[in-house]
Design a protein around this ligand. Sequence first.
Ligand code: GLN
Length: 196
Amino acid sequence: MTGRPTIGIIALQGDFAAHRRAFSRAGAETRLVSSPDGLAAADALVIPGGESTTMTLLGYENGLWPAVREAARAGMPVMGTCAGIIMLARALHQEPAKITPLKLLDITLARNAYGSQVDSFEQSVRLRLNGEERTVPGMFIRAPAIIRMEPPTEAVGWLGDEIVAARKGNVLGLTFHPELAPDLTILRHFIALASR
Ligand code: GLN
């Protein structure tokens, strides 16, 4: 790839506009993707936060989710944040079948895991990216929790001793919202993955 990578941002529902602004600030070209056709023009793909039930519905209706799964398996870098990591999971804890995740990360998630009262908070997250430790602000909004993880999926981010970021090869999932914090560490890391 030459020049700036184009980050495709899934725009079915949710906070895709915030991702678009943040990735622009971090120096990437962006493109909103809402159907399988849009995928071809992207070097990498972001699945934003939102409501995973609605996202499931809209993206299976038009064939987007199977196309995303295929692109990820073919090596396209994919990053899911909050509802986005729910879409990447292998399984969900005690959920009716209305959410069909893509099984791209070997994790089981519990949705809305931080309770209904204190369902949003900001706290520091410890990251290990490319062997380097960093601390970044983590915005958690009705966030899911990773309650089980298996190799080859590995932990790359922690809130205390809880895993909040997981990676398997080209697929990265975060239970929080990096696009809502001023720190661009994670977005730049993802742009670098997309530039390879
Ligand atoms: N609670 C939402 C869900 O389960 C996710 C919240 C978010 O993306 N900020 O889909």
